[in-house]
Design a protein around this ligand. Structure first.
Ligand code: MG
Length: 369
């Protein structure tokens, strides 16, 4: 089987309401998503999606994904998409880094591999059943009352795990947010306080030694070394996210004792192939893992939910669904959706999400022989 064509679409995905991170420093109104279809000479096609969370959150942006696809396309045409590790090695030689570009390609190849073998991705990735995965809400930064109101609305949709975004310029305001939210959580609910790199090590230690809350704290500072410094001086379990881009970052996090868990996001790591390797490393050392994607429609969410469903429940916390924050739905009725606090991956061969090209508008690029 050979790759014969890559077709690329660009979609703006507006959020239902503005989203604030880092104590209001970063505002997000819409995401720039790239949909990719890979066609083969075997009449099988696979779909992938590359979608950063805006262009201020991580070193990735929508136009860069389309530029990267143009660069990589000539090296991909003619490859067997079922040989996912080989495809990844070719991509890494042709274009180091640029994980969001590679993620769209890699997911489309896994989709084809699943269809060719008549297996859903949750099974190809090692699972024994399309297990329902706990999903978590994402609570934008605000005053304590505003954030508690958002948690109440999320609880009404079935969410029992919440990711509350903190990390403002004022440590006292963050202490107030953490104490109020931790105290107001409904019985049986859990919260992760996601700082998104906003604190200096000194602020992180000041805030976390000033609250009685012992909930998970995510990515307190910018760098791995700073987070490791904090992790050794506070009692909260630490989850790392934005400072992890490849396997070596994860090895370093383990060696430095920087965390008790990680976010595993296919787009940030370069696709399902590399996310699976890191998931397996996390299993071997006993990390708690949130497996979800950086952003995107239900297509990107579903790829991550397949990997989560293939991961033993004891090793994962919960998975966020970006599509729940979008005002548009390019794949209506398809993929893993929140149903009372869990999402279940499709059972069809491959990814199980097949966009209708008529809904995506005109392609922005086509690459073929
Ligand atoms: Mg995070």
């Amino acid at each position: 089987m050979k790759i014969t064509r890559l077709t690329v679409w660009q979609l703006d995905l507006p959020l239902t309401e503005p989203y604030w991170l880092s104590g209001g420093r970063l505002r997000f109104d819409q995401l720039d998503s790239t949909f990719l279809r890979i066609d083969t000479d075997a009449r099988l096609s696979g779909w992938g999606e590359g979608c950063p969370w805006g262009h201020t959150y991580l070193p990735a942006h929508g136009p860069g994904i389309r530029a990267g696809l143009e660069t990589l396309a000539p090296a991909l045409i003619g490859l067997d998409p079922r040989s996912v590790d080989h495809v990844n090695r070719v991509m890494d030689v042709q274009l180091p880094g640029h994980n969001f570009v590679k993620s769209a390609i890699d997911i489309a190849c896994w989709d084809i591999l699943g269809q060719a073998t008549n297996m859903p991705l949750w099974q190809l990735l090692g699972g024994d059943a399309p297990a329902p995965v706990a999903v978590n809400s994402s609570i934008s930064t605000g005053t304590p009352d505003e954030m508690i109101a958002r948690i109440t609305r999320a609880a009404a949709k079935g969410y029992t795990v919440h990711s509350a975004k903190v990390g403002g310029a004022d440590p006292a305001a963050d202490i107030a947010r953490i104490e109020a939210i931790s105290a107001a959580l409904p019985p049986g609910h859990r919260v992760t306080f996601d700082v998104n790199r906003a604190w200096t090590p000194a602020t992180a230690i000041e805030v976390l030694t000033s609250t009685a809350a012992r909930d998970w704290v995510e990515q307190p500072c910018e760098t791995l070394a700073q987070c490791a410094h904090v992790a050794g001086r506070v009692q909260n379990p630490i989850l790392l996210d934005e400072c992890l881009h490849d396997m070596n970052d994860h090895l370093e996090a383990w060696q430095q004792g920087a965390c008790e868990g990680v976010k595993i996001k296919p787009n940030r790591l370069g696709g399902l192939t590399k996310a699976r390797q890191i998931r397996d490393f996390g299993l071997s050392i006993g990390w708690q893992m949130h497996i979800e994607d950086v952003g995107g429609s239900a297509l990107a969410d579903t790829a991550a939910i397949h990997l989560a469903a293939a991961t033993p429940e004891a090793y994962r916390l919960a998975s966020w669904l970006c599509h729940d924050h979008l005002a548009v739905d390019p794949v209506p009725g398809q993929g893993a959706r929140n149903a009372g606090g869990t999402a279940t991956p499709p059972n069809a061969p491959g990814l199980g999400v097949t966009p209708d090209p008529d809904r995506l508008g005109s392609p922005v690029a086509t690459y073929e022989h």
